[in-house]
Design a binder for this molecule. Structure first.
Ligand SMILES: Nc1ncnc2c1ncn2[C@@H]1O[C@H](COP(=O)(O)OP(=O)(O)OP(=O)(O)O)[C@@H](O)[C@H]1O
Length: 577
């Protein structure tokens, strides 16, 4: 019921007039179906020499059937238009909800991927859902009309209705088989989709060619396709067998029922019009009994998809509470990790364990450590892409979890190694880093200058598929850097922001630009890098290892300690000497 409410509410929001017009189709169809009655009246009128009955029969046939047919036809076209509008509403809503889940936790959950994959596969059904609902109402109205006409023809013809019972059972079972088939095809379907994306992915293109992976990818995709089809085809075979049995049973019933009314007429126990009605109904009974059941079943399948959609809606609504306290506009003391432990959802491994760390206001912190040490994870915790599994992170003593997530994120700016390639104009690709200034030419110009990222004029379109220009990885990265510099934040993150740039450029960027606003509002800069030449100029360096803080101090202090940092620093210095 909640699903139907959601459907109607969506359609109503999208187009009230068309939603109301959905009533016209069942109405029109009912009028057309009533023709059997007028036909019977006309037959009786003619045979009994009753001009009044004959005239009513003819008039009702012409007006009722004509009007009904026209209503049915027009409304079915309106239904298609409404279906397209509802599909668009669902598509945009799914994209919006997926993008606005507050944290990244859902990406680590297989359940989310499976649900979303099935939702994507069946997205067309969502668009047709309103149509399916209207068709179901139409089918039910048709069923009810034919039932009434069956009674009029001869109450014994109602025996046909009994055939609906096994049909109902069969269609219910069919629905379950189909759902089971779909569910067990979700994982191979998702994997195949991933491979298709990889095969067409620009970043993977070089390795695919170099390692000659095209054939291997094709084989994997074919295997997965077969694996995905097996449960679906098995379910469809069972469904087809059951449908055939149902049809045979049904046809036998129709023959018996019409034969019975004919027999009654021969015996003089029914009017000739009843025979006409019974023959007319023999064409319609299929519609009356099977169609509503199939429509309801088909609609049930649509509801299955709507249920998945609702799952996403609920998920988006109940996702991590974001806190309500407005984020501060300056940092006076610092950011503190208090006994913070973290492991990714579904993982047993602690990435960080009992970490205590103070990042003083106005400081530049460098985070170093070997691959997988947890540097990016630390950034994700500070940006609240994830919440700590244990412990808390505070800003000037206030738990981050208490802060309103949106305002907190508005105080952050970041540039990541895995940056997004927004194929907009240069102006917008950088401007999205500070939405209120999206179209502010001067503002974006300043960010481009700071990042030394004047790769193209600001109005130039990016991306060849839009008739624009493509950029080298380094140029894309510079734009990402400019985007990260567009906003004046409380914390500025650089997570290996310059992997595609040379060490000299990174050092110049970090020391020259990022720290240019040092101290303003207690702004903190967090730099994650493997380049120790850049790290040197930070106020504070934290070395992560074994899920914790291995060393902490300034460059000089850590060198003097002669520990892990000194070792890593010297090995890099030697390598570049
Ligand atoms: N989404 C995830 N789910 C499960 N484990 C993850 C996830 N992301 C990262 N990890 C694991 O967490 C650990 C820390 O990863 P993180 O990306 O923070 O390392 P890093 O220090 O930034 O490494 P690198 O220098 O290679 O970028 C790694 O062992 C990684 O496998």
């Amino acid at each position: 019921m909640r699903e139907i409410r959601l459907l109607v509410a969506t359609a109503w929001r999208v187009d009230r007039r068309l939603t109301l017009a959905m009533i016209a189709e069942p109405l029109g169809n009912t009028l057309v179906l009533m023709s059997g009655l007028w036909l019977a009246m006309l037959t009786n009128g003619v045979l009994q020499g009753d001009p009044r009955q004959t005239a009513i029969g003819i008039g009702a046939l012409v007006i009722g059937a004509g009007l009904g047919w026209q209503l049915d036809l027009s409304a079915s076209q309106w239904r298609m238009v409404l279906g397209e509008k509802v599909a668009h509403a669902f598509d945009t809503e799914i994209a919006r909800m997926s993008a606005s889940l507050p944290t990244l936790e859902h990406f680590d959950r297989a359940e989310y991927h499976d649900q979303l994959e099935l939702l994507r596969q069946r997205q067309g059904q969502l668009g047709n859902s309103m149509s399916a609902l209207a068709m179901t109402v139409k089918a039910l109205a048709a069923g009810a009309t034919v039932l009434v006409l069956l009674v009029v023809a001869h109450p014994a013809m109602l025996a046909l209705v009994l055939l609906a019972l096994p049909a109902l059972l069969i269609t219910k079972t069919q629905q379950r088989w189909r759902a089971q088939g779909e569910d067990s095809s979700a994982l191979p379907g998702r994997t195949a989709r991933h491979l298709r994306t990889v095969a067409q992915d620009r970043d993977a293109a070089v390795e695919i060619r170099l390692f000659g992976l095209a054939g291997d990818l094709e084989r994997r995709m074919n295997d997965l396709w077969r694996e995905q089809r097996v449960p679906i085809e098995a379910a469809e075979r069972k469904v087809a067998g059951a449908s055939l049995a149902q049809q045979l049973l049904y046809v036998a019933g129709v023959i018996a029922a019409v034969g019975f009314v004919l027999h009654q007429a021969i015996q003089g126990r029914s009017a000739p019009g009843d025979v006409v009605l019974a023959i007319y109904l023999s064409q319609q009974v299929q519609t009356a009994v099977i169609w509503p059941i199939q429509a309801v079943t088909g609609f049930g399948r649509t509801l299955h998809t709507v249920r998945r959609y609702r799952w996403l809606v609920d998920r988006a609504r109940t996702a991590t509470p974001t806190g309500s306290r407005p984020a501060p506009t300056e940092i006076t003391d610092g950011i503190r990790l208090e006994n913070v432990s973290f492991r990714y959802p579904g993982s047993e491994k602690w990435v960080l364990r009992n970490v205590d760390l103070l990042i003083p206001a106005g400081s530049a912190l460098a985070v170093v450590g070997e691959n997988g040490a947890g540097k990016t994870t630390l950034v994700k915790l500070l940006t609240r892409m994830y919440e700590p599994t244990e412990g808390r992170i505070t800003v000037d003593g206030v738990d981050l979890a208490e802060l309103d997530l949106e305002t907190w994120r508005a105080r952050l700016a970041a540039t990541f190694q895995d940056f997004a390639r927004f194929e907009f104009t240069v102006q917008h690709a950088v401007g999205v880093g500070d939405l209120p200034h999206l179209d502010d030419h001067e503002h974006v110009e300043a960010a481009l200058t700071r990042a030394n990222a004047h790769v193209l004029p600001q109005e130039a379109q990016l991306g060849t598929s839009w008739g624009g220009t493509d950029l080298s990885t380094g140029q894309w990265q510079k734009l990402a850097l400019a985007r990260g510099l567009a906003r004046t934040p409380l914390i500025r993150f650089f997570d290996e922001p310059t992997a595609s740039l040379d060490a000299f450029t990174e050092d110049a960027l970090f020391t020259g630009m990022a720290r240019a606003t040092d101290g303003a509002h207690g702004m903190i800069t967090v730099l994650v890098t493997h380049r120790f030449s850049t790290v040197r100029s930070s106020d504070l360096i934290v070395v992560l290892a074994d899920a914790g803080v291995a060393e902490l101090g300034s460059h000089q202090e850590l060198l003097a300690r002669n520990g892990r940092y000194a070792e890593l620093y010297r090995s890099q210095a030697d390598a570049f000497a």
